[in-house]
Design a binder for this molecule. Structure first.
Ligand SMILES: Cc1cc2nc3c(=O)[nH]c(=O)nc-3n(C[C@H](O)[C@H](O)[C@H](O)COP(=O)(O)OP(=O)(O)OC[C@H]3O[C@@H](n4cnc5c(N)ncnc54)[C@H](O)[C@@H]3O)c2cc1C
Length: 269
């Protein structure tokens, strides 16, 4: 071991460490991942928690796929390495006072009928809301994979990068820029108040604003959390879709790990 040298050593083999390793290795860096646990994957893990029934394997921490950018899936050839996801849906919400709401990704008329049971106005607003979100996704989606510009720097390279980014967004209108800017600071509750009237619809749509976030729906910034969850897909090209991976979340980490090692990275657990 002492004689081995690496260009990049990644401490922690969660899915982010594995993705970094795969990209580094793909670009020719001698790459090593050091993972403290017995298996890589971090919170993307499938385990057999019952010693007397090892045949039962479960997703133990993170439980559903979304937001893995299709660019990463393609670059790392994750399908070839075993990534397979079944889209989740339809979205179902039960209310404490009784009744429920189901939103069908594939069937806008059925969603309309469902929402209209609570509010006709909300049912009519929902397709417009979805179109508005899709418009935002066109702006925000590509930014997720863009290194932020070094604003204020006068180095020619940084200025060129800032100008390139500005040029890419030259077609944006004032309204869209205002919407994106407000999203970053608004609460999901305030945003939904602008669009919908029924507490059922607002409750159902607020979930994406607080999921995975140490915040309630009135917290500033939660509007963006909602948008962030709505702009990902699971590789099926359907915006905001989530899915269950075959083999549990550990299978996702394993596919990324296989991509990393196929490109020459070493993973030590
Ligand atoms: C209960 C729970 C549910 C979640 N549900 C979802 C979900 O359904 N969908 C979703 O997309 N996200 C979900 N998340 C969030 C998601 O799991 C995290 O965003 C993701 O795991 C972050 O990945 P990571 O690679 O950055 O870190 P981690 O997954 O935390 O991996 C870090 C790795 O580094 C290792 N490590 C740490 N320190 C060292 C060290 N000094 N030396 C060597 N190794 C070290 C750890 O053992 C671990 O394997 C959930 C999170 C939790 C906790």
């Amino acid at each position: 071991m002492a004689s081995e040298s690496y260009d990049a050593i990644i401490v922690g083999g969660g899915h982010n460490g594995l993705v970094a390793a795969a990209y580094l290795a793909r670009h020719g860096a001698r790459t090593l991942v050091l993972e403290a646990r017995g298996q890589a994957g971090g919170a993307a893990t499938t385990e057999s928690p019952w010693p007397d029934a090892p045949e039962f394997k479960v997703t133990r921490l993170s439980y559903v796929m979304s937001l893995l950018p299709p660019t990463i899936m393609r670059d790392l050839e994750l399908e070839k390495h075993g990534y397979k996801v079944f889209p989740m849906g339809p979205y179902y919400q039960a209310f404490p006072e009784g009744g429920s709401l189901t939103l069908y990704e594939e069937d806008s008329q059925r969603s309309h009928d469902e929402i209209a049971r609570w509010s006709k106005k909300d049912a009519d607003a929902y397709p417009k809301w979805e179109a508005w979100l899709a418009g935002l996704a066109d702006v925000l989606g590509p930014l997720l994979l863009t290194v932020p510009p070094a604003i204020g720097s006068r180095k020619p390279k940084d200025l060129a990068a800032t100008l390139r980014l500005a040029w890419r967004h030259r077609g944006l209108d004032v309204r869209t820029i205002a919407d994106v800017t407000r999203l970053m600071t608004m609460s999901i509750a305030d945003l939904l108040d602008d669009w919908f009237e029924s507490p059922q619809m607002k409750g159902a749509l607020a979930v994406n604003g607080v999921i995975g976030t140490w915040a309630g729906p009135y917290e500033p910034g939660t509007a963006y959390v909602m948008a962030h969850h709505s702009i990902g897909d699971v590789g099926d090209g359907r915006l905001g879709s989530w899915g269950f991976p075959e083999g549990g979340m550990g299978a996702v980490a394993a596919a990324i790990g296989r991509s990393a090692t196929a490109n020459g990275a070493t993973i030590r657990t």
